[in-house]
Design a protein around this ligand. Structure first.
Ligand SMILES: O=P(O)(O)O[C@H]1[C@H](O)[C@@H](O)[C@H](O)[C@H](O)[C@@H]1O
Ligand SMILES: [Mg+2]
Length: 283
């Protein structure tokens, strides 16, 4: 049953586009900002509304009960964040909420679909740029229906690397993040960048605009769709310690080839995070 999930893939593209239109419209109105885990972890009514629209449409299309859902805002309200073998949608309704709040024009809808814990397809709609990135396992990666490919640069000195700062502002963590960035910048590389959305960053790796993107502290909904897009564009993903990529681990290096990725890994100062699927400890 080679094309078992084609309908779901096509539908995800449609849903992401519609969700992006809602975000664009909401960006023209007054945005009320609230916080989640800390004062720099922002959320808006649009994040919640768009997640409801996406999950509602998917349930209507595929039937309640047959598919599982992991959505950023549902998890923050206490829904489980466990990836099982069942068909599971992994959704970030607004990746780049801080950008959205500030009018910084990189905001993405990220929708991934996993079966047997493997990501079958991913859709990232960069809604302010109106760019639709998508990939299905074994079928290549696309931006607006044009095939995309990672860069062929092997010399780290000729690379651009994306790194983000995340939302953990403890001085020890910030120190490690800046120390890592300083070491990479001084290799030297051509430049460091960051769009403020992990999903978009991964698409920038996939289309060859940058050579690598790494982050500790991201969540499965930030990177699940991007992961299959990077792989299908010829890139690779690893854990920040060089081990296998684990979508629930909150750590990831994505890049165009092993030479670049291994060189980045050498410089990363790792700090602790709690896995997305860790049991919730009641206080
Ligand atoms: O919370 P949203 O969905 O906007 O996503 C996160 C980004 O994707 C990260 O790369 C980024 O570093 C931030 O942690 C940001 O929170
Ligand atoms: Mg996100």
């Amino acid at each position: 049953m080679a094309d078992q999930w084609q309908e779901a893939y096509d539908f995800a593209v449609q849903v992401a586009r519609a969700a992006g239109a809602v975000i664009r419209k909401a960006g023209e109105e007054e945005i009320k900002v609230q916080t989640k885990s800390c004062t720099v972890d922002l959320v808006t009514k649009t994040d919640e509304r768009v997640e409801k629209i996406i999950i509602g449409s998917l349930k209507e299309q595929f039937g309640e009960g047959t598919h599982c859902f992991i959505g950023e805002e549902s998890v923050s309200k206490g829904q489980p964040c466990i990836l099982t073998d069942k068909p599971t949608w992994i959704i970030d309704p607004v990746d780049g909420t801080t950008n959205f709040v500030h009018g910084f024009p990189f905001v993405a809808v990220s929708i991934a679909f996993a079966v047997n814990k493997e990501i079958e397809f991913g859709v990232v709609y960069s809604c302010m740029e109106d760019k639709m990135y998508k990939a299905r396992k074994g079928q290549g990666a696309f931006c607006d229906d044009e095939p995309i490919q990672v860069s062929d640069v092997k010399d780290i000195h000729k690379s651009i690397i994306i790194c983000e700062h995340g939302t953990d502002r403890s001085p020890e963590t910030v120190q490690k993040i800046f120390s890592t960035q300083k070491k990479i910048l001084c290799i030297p590389v051509h430049g460091l960048r960051g769009s403020g959305t992990a999903a978009t960053n991964m698409c920038l790796v996939a289309c060859g605009a940058v050579e690598a993107f790494f982050e500790i502290g991201i969540h499965c909904w930030d990177i699940a769709a991007g992961a299959v897009i990077v792989r299908e564009a010829g890139g690779l993903l690893l854990d920040v310690d060089g081990g296998p990529f684990d979508v629930m681990s909150r750590r990831m290096v994505s890049g165009n080839n092993m030479v670049i990725v291994n060189r980045i890994i050498k410089e990363i100062e790792i700090f602790d995070t709690v896995r997305d699927d860790a049991p919730i400890v009641k206080k």
